[in-house]
Design a protein around this ligand. Structure first.
Ligand code: IDC
Length: 340
């Protein structure tokens, strides 16, 4: 009798152990499926009201940060230490992940292995950003593929995938087409945008979405005449390089604001538009005055050490975090002053 009880107790203990193991396994599974957004709750979700980006309490928010160079070419800057460092020491609150679509090893020109690699880098970026307390922009970086309709199908399935994965991440912002160009009309972009926005909204009802505008994201005044209707939290991209773009483009931006179009500067520099050449600091300061006056968010190009004047880091600097003044280019030093 005593023996029997002891045996039963042993079995019960064993059963309990298994139950614990099972619960742990299920938890692990849930985490690996990303059912539990570990750090997502840290940052308040954003919304758009009128022309202004705001937090949930209706307080205006101005995002400030840096864009990576192409994720295929300079992936080393997507790392936890670097992100946390930039948040703490540079005072940024946003990073943009520039994923080229049409260039060498772009999302749509490379093979399936390359696509998986890029998605993995985005995934790391989103999670590092969440942990560092940064917003993160997932940028479908069209450029040589001037019309977003070129890879529309791929874009729709990409954004469905991203929005399914990150719907619980309040720090994720989607940018659906970096810079339409080559004569792409607003009608074309609008037709593409309706599909890409619908794809995101089928999974995520609220995330902020940035929409590129004609002529390398400059013709915001034209877009303001017929923006997308029926969706919340949409903003429109305005890009400038102060070495090339001055007062004329600011006037277009002002016209768009006057018509009620919410603008977001998801990329800018003070070199010329090629990403190289002399810096125009005087014009750059005029732009910053304009952006700050209108509380427009801005993201500087680019967090890389490429030998060009629009790179934030010197080509001699091999660091991927912990940068000091000696690692920064003249543009990098200039830009960092505006983050504090
Ligand atoms: C540039 C990079 C340069 C690269 C080129 C083509 O700085 O190293 O060779 O792209 O891939 C943009 C684009 C952005 C450009 C940048 C500077 O969005 O991809 O990066 N620029 O030319 N629009 C205006 C300027």
């Amino acid at each position: 009798m005593y023996l029997k009880m002891a045996k039963r107790e042993k079995y019960m203990k064993k059963g309990l152990k298994w139950k614990i193991v099972n619960v742990l396994l299920i938890l692990l599974f849930a985490v690996s499926l990303e059912c539990i957004p570990v750090h997502a709750a840290k940052l308040p979700a954003l919304k758009v009201k009128g022309t202004q980006l705001m937090n949930a309490k209706g307080k205006p928010v101005q995002l400030k940060g840096v864009s990576t160079h192409g994720l295929s070419w300079y992936p080393q800057y997507v790392n936890q230490k670097g992100f946390t460092y930039m948040k703490k020491k540079w005072g940024i609150n946003t990073v943009r992940l520039a994923m080229y679509t049409g260039e060498y090893n772009g999302y749509c020109t490379g093979d399936a292995k390359n696509r998986r690699l890029l998605e993995k880098r985005i995934d790391k970026g989103v999670k590092y950003a969440a942990k560092a307390g940064l917003y993160i922009i997932i940028d479908w970086h069209i450029l040589s593929d001037g019309n977003p309709k070129t890879y529309e199908k791929q874009a729709v399935s990409f954004f469905k995938k991203m929005a399914s994965k990150y719907k619980n991440y309040s720090n994720v912002i989607y940018e659906i087409c970096n810079e339409p160009n080559g004569g792409t009309t607003w009608n074309d972009i609008k037709s593409y945008a309706k599909k890409a926005v619908k794809a995101i909204r089928s999974r995520d009802k609220k995330a902020v979405i940035l929409i590129g505008t004609p002529t390398w994201s400059q013709d915001v005044d034209l877009v303001a005449d017929s923006p997308l209707k029926g969706y919340k939290n949409l903003m429109y991209s305005l890009h400038f390089y102060a070495g090339t773009h001055g007062d004329y483009l600011r006037q277009k931006a002002q016209a768009a604001l006057d018509k009620g179009l919410p603008l977001f500067v998801s990329e800018f520099g003070i070199s010329d538009a090629s990403g190289n050449g002399a810096l125009n600091k005087a014009e750059g300061s005029k732009w910053m005055k304009f952006l700050n006056k209108n509380k427009i968010s801005y993201v500087g190009w680019s967090l890389s050490n490429k030998e060009e004047s629009s790179a934030i880091l010197k080509s001699s600097s091999k660091k991927t975090t912990g940068w000091n003044n000696k690692d920064l280019t003249p543009w990098g030093k200039w830009l960092l002053k505006y983050f504090k």
